[in-house]
Write a protein that binds this ligand. Structure first.
Ligand code: AMP
Ligand code: MG
Length: 498
């Protein structure tokens, strides 16, 4: 904890919680309100990295005061908190009005790279958009969101970030009683596809235009000069979303609830719920046990990204002006996805140039992982350690597969492919080891940290965070955290309840 205080004291006093840009929108976009105080809050976890990046944010407070602020109990005088309204399609069905039902935007902050971030408290109490929810988040899901946000950032995947978790002994009821927590999370903007859909389905095209103009002005200023700025905006969102989907697929990340209200217009990973990382590879894997149809399974994610963009395109139609121009904007999706996916795969396989045989070779490796239910992360990590010539080191990879003979045959083809570009073992290994992580947030690792935290031992969260902040490093002393999940972890289920 002392480093939390240090991180807060070390830096110059500067702007703190500027009024959010978002609050410059008309009053119909949000409701100003104060968070509901969290009884006797305490610090559960914080990211020193984030505290340092946002030094200007933290220097003013002692720990007690910071805990009060990040629990929503004390409002900095420069903040004017609000909850925003949006709508969305959930599991393919129009769900009508939603909104920040438990997240409250405190204000904006500028980090030390002069980037502006919105600061939200998730779990800070009910809002006019809570419907029947209690406005709270449980400690379990808060720990998962906190760790995964920072893990994804370290994997170089666009994401909202997390600064800290505060907890309380107050009970909230889900499938069972659990204690409440608040995650402080940051993103340049939390505007969603569903924010656009909200005004479209309410036939408020004036507000739809205000939202689009706001998004262009602050996040896509280059679109202003295009002949159809709204079409240019949709082209950019399409590209960013396609790239995000390719990134998710490349590390086996499954979001679990890709509803349009959880899709960021900036193409960042948003709203961590029943997410999971692929372990034993199965492209039909469903990480959210509430999703019985597998709409959001691993293999569906790229096409759902496209489906969600079409929902956004529909909402932007009145601005873009024609079905044809909207369609043109959306049609860039598969090209962008494939380009990003192929580039990520080249890095994962250690190829420095593209070759026509790569597609088949890559697909065959995925089929082998599927047939053997080989661990996704370890398979690519062991492939990275391989020598360019057959060697005893092959065993570490072969041991992950049931069908060793088929993998051996594949390895022969792989080595021939490497020879085509005069690949050198050492340079290839170095580059592959920075593309294929050793450490991911496995469900059982999160579960261990959660169970300790539920007994007020928060040390495992801090330890896991420090490991996941450097997912490509060997960290020999933490070898245990890179191992296959234990047997008990096979029954772990993650639901929407959070
Ligand atoms: P999610 O699927 O978690 O993104 O949530 C869908 C919608 O339900 C969002 O508008 C959330 O703000 C809202 N929501 C989820 N959990 C709660 C809760 N405990 N209290 C109030 N609103 C909630
Ligand atoms: Mg959500």
């Amino acid at each position: 904890m002392s480093s939390f205080i240090n991180a807060m004291q070390n830096h110059h006093l500067n702007d703190f919680f500027q009024n959010s840009l978002f609050s410059s929108l008309p009053a119909s976009f949000f409701t100003h309100l104060r968070p509901t105080p969290l009884p006797s809050p305490y610090l559960v976890a914080f990211s020193e990295k984030m505290a340092n990046e946002h030094s200007v944010l933290f220097n003013r407070f002692q720990e007690t005061e910071a805990v009060e602020i990040f629990s929503g109990n004390k409002i900095p005088f420069t903040a004017n908190p609000l909850a925003s309204v949006y709508s969305g399609h959930q599991f393919g069905v129009w769900a009508g009005q939603l909104g920040d039902g438990r997240a409250i935007l405190l204000g904006d902050t500028i980090n030390k790279y002069q980037q502006r971030f919105e600061v939200q408290l998730k779990g800070a109490g009910a809002t006019p958009y809570s419907r029947s929810g209690d406005g709270r988040a449980v400690l379990r899901s808060s720990i998962r969101e906190f760790l995964c946000s920072e893990a994804m950032h370290a994997l170089r995947i666009p994401t909202s970030r997390a600064l800290c978790i505060t907890g309380s002994d107050q009970y909230v009821f889900r499938e069972q009683p659990e204690t409440a927590a608040v995650v402080t999370r940051l993103a340049p903007s939390f505007i969603r596809f569903g924010s656009f859909e909200h005004w479209y389905y309410n036939r408020r095209h004036d507000d739809l235009k205000i939202l689009a103009d706001f998004v262009i002005e602050h996040y896509f200023p280059h679109c202003r000069d295009e002949h159809n700025p709204y079409q240019a905006l949709l082209i950019d969102i399409t590209r960013k979303t396609a790239e995000l989907m390719a990134h998710w697929q490349s590390v086996g990340f499954m979001h679990g609830v890709m509803n349009t209200d959880n899709m960021s217009i900036l193409g960042i990973t948003l709203d961590y719920g029943p997410f999971g990382f692929m372990e034993a590879f199965n492209d039909s894997h469903i990480c959210n046990h509430t999703d019985q149809q597998g709409r959001y399974s691993y293999k569906m994610q790229p096409s759902v990204g496209n489906w969600n963009l079409h929902a956004l395109g529909q909402a932007m139609l009145p601005l873009i002006g024609s079905v044809e121009e909207t369609q043109i904007a959306l049609s860039g999706y598969s090209t962008c996805f494939v380009a990003q996916w192929e580039s990520l795969l080249r890095s994962k396989f250690g190829f420095s140039i593209a070759h026509e045989s790569d597609k088949q070779l890559g697909e065959d490796f995925f089929s082998l992982m599927q047939a053997s239910h080989a661990d996704f992360t370890l398979s690519f990590r062991q492939l990275s350690h391989l020598e360019n010539e057959i060697s005893p080191k092959d065993d570490a990879l072969l041991d992950l597969f049931i069908d060793r003979e088929s993998l051996k045959a594949w390895l022969q083809r792989y080595r021939k492919r490497l020879a085509l570009e005069d690949s050198k073992t050492e340079t290839r290994q170095v580059s592959m080891l920075t593309s294929n992580p050793k450490y991911i947030l496995r469900n059982y690792l999160a579960q261990n940290a959660i169970e300790k935290a539920q007994k007020k031992d928060f040390s495992e969260i801090a330890k896991l965070l420090s490991i996941l902040e450097n997912p490509f490093d060997e960290q020999i002393e933490h070898e245990e955290y890179a191992k296959l999940p234990p047997d008990w972890a096979k029954d772990l289920e993650v639901s929407c309840s959070s």
